[in-house]
Design a protein around this ligand. Structure first.
Ligand code: FAD
Length: 443
């Protein structure tokens, strides 16, 4: 007979943080009937991927994009009631730097779709196209694994990817994927993303642009799912201290102290450092967290009159402040709403928000002839949007020196840079550790 043993009835898990990592863990635990309580300090779920209301308009704290290879995130969104084809505008892999460069994957099986896309890219010479295709084939032969990590700049130099290829193709790709400038970025982590996005099925390289806000997309639905399964989600209820015991862990919030069998700490690295610092056994983990550097992402939303559109739902600009532009009218029926995204550190940080907005408005005028002024604009500057994804980074494990305390979050150990998928995978790993430990299957 196959059955379960263990101490399921004694399990009672606290998840601290209701971002994508925490809610992924909570869903996976609730699904197995394991009692779970989510503590979220904010009034709403979602963390760094949350919906924001401004001037009666639904925005996100940053324009996010998913890739088809984010299989765990997409799976979980559907599990809690989402519908990927309705919730997203799905585009085949395409990179378009307005008037300068254009690459579009045809409907061919992978990796042929990518090779044809590289060999037909506009804005490169024939030898540059061949060079890029040879580089991809070499990476494929190496199974996207480097003997030693290095910067992306180093890798591109090693494979003879000249300035034009670097500026038009690899640099925008690296900044979009890792939110880290190429001279600081880990080549191995970039290859991990390329391996999963470009080297699997063609659908894995698709780009998915959300039609609904990021709180509604997953965390809110996940909260309903968790509560339906008997769990609890408490908003505006941040953990102030964690106190490990021999047989559990105490969590103190403004409402008092409660005892749990385990805690999954799924907050940002800065908050994790603060919560874990008083716990002597976790000094090594805290040192790893402290050593992480961060990179910003600025998103500028501009509400123009409804008839204003861009040539595509998403396109880039070459050597401009606006790296990527999104036409929310085309993506989510929010007509006239444009979003300009500026990832990673750069000279834009020296400008005030109004100065930055004026630069972007001027770029929209010069590139697309948009002469009208926006009705309003809103700059959202996330100064610590992601960790800086440097080579050979020692990221803290989900397991800590205390078996009853686990760590989830996009910054914890994993193949991926700071992404929704990285966050979700870390949450699932924590849920897996807790559940498999207590539910050994016996024959
Ligand atoms: C502007 C921007 C654009 C981005 N674009 C993309 C993109 O296009 N694609 C992509 O894949 N990724 C993108 N990312 C990265 C992605 O958003 C993050 O990797 C992901 O959201 C991190 O999730 P998390 O759960 O690890 O952490 P967080 O989202 O930081 O969640 C932590 C949660 O803990 C809560 N909290 C804090 N303190 C406490 C406390 N004391 N007690 C209880 N709760 C607490 C917070 O309020 C928050 O809800 C972007 C990030 C930003 C900022």
């Amino acid at each position: 007979m196959v059955g379960f043993q263990g101490v399921a009835e004694e399990l009672n898990i606290a998840v601290i943080g209701g971002g994508y990592a925490g809610m992924a863990a909570a869903v996976a635990l609730a699904e197995q009937g394991i009692p779970v309580t989510v503590f979220e300090s904010a009034q709403q779920l979602g963390g760094r991927a949350r919906g924001v209301m401004y001037n009666d308009t639904h925005l996100d704290n940053g324009q996010h994009l998913l890739l088809g290879c984010y299989v765990q995130t997409l799976y979980l969104i559907e599990k809690v009631g989402g519908n990927i084809e309705q919730d997203f505008l799905r585009l085949p892999l395409q990179l378009d730097l307005h008037g300068e460069f254009s690459l579009k994957a045809p409907r061919l099986p992978a990796p042929l779709h990518l090779l044809v896309a590289l060999l037909t890219a506009q804005g490169l010479t024939w030898s540059e196209r061949l060079n890029a295709a040879r580089f991809m084939l070499a990476l494929r032969r190496m199974k996207f694994r480097l003997p030693e990590d290095m910067t992306v700049t180093g890798l591109l130099a090693q494979y003879g990817q000249g300035a034009n290829l670097r500026i038009k193709l690899w640099e925008p790709l690296c900044i979009a994927a890792l939110n880290t400038p190429i001279h600081k970025a880990s080549a191995q982590v970039l290859l991990n993303v390329l391996r999963d996005a470009l080297n699997q099925s063609r659908a894995h390289s698709d780009m998915l642009l959300p039609r609904i806000n990021f709180t509604a997309l997953f965390p809110l639905r996940a909260s309903d799912y968790v509560e339906l399964k008997g769990g609890h989600v408490r908003l505006a209820c941040g953990a102030r201290t964690l106190h490990p015991l021999d047989d559990g862990i105490e969590i103190t919030t403004a409402q008092g102290t409660e005892r749990f069998s385990h805690a999954i700490c799924a907050v940002s690295p800065r908050v994790a450092g603060r919560l874990l610092r008083p716990i002597a056994e976790l000094a090594e983990t805290v040192a790893q967290i402290d050593s992480l550097e961060h990179q910003p992402i600025y998103t500028l939303y501009l509400q123009y009159p409804a008839h204003i559109t861009l040539p595509h739902g998403m396109l880039g600009l070459h050597q401009r402040y606006s790296q990527w532009l999104f036409d929310k009218g085309c993506i989510a029926d929010q007509h006239g709403l444009l979003a300009a995204v500026i990832s990673a550190e750069g000279i834009h940080q020296e400008l005030s928000q109004d100065e930055l907005a004026q630069k972007v408005i001027a770029e929209l005028r010069e590139e697309f002839g948009i002469m009208e002024q926006p009705v309003w604009y809103k700059v959202i500057a996330e100064k610590r949007a992601t960790f800086c994804c440097a080579p050979n980074l020692q990221r803290p494990s989900q397991l800590t020196a205390l078996p009853r305390l686990l760590l989830a979050g996009d910054y914890t150990a994993g193949d991926y840079p700071a992404t929704l998928e990285g966050a979700v995978i870390s949450g699932l790993k924590c849920a897996d550790v807790v559940s498999t430990y207590y539910y050994p299957v016996i024959a």
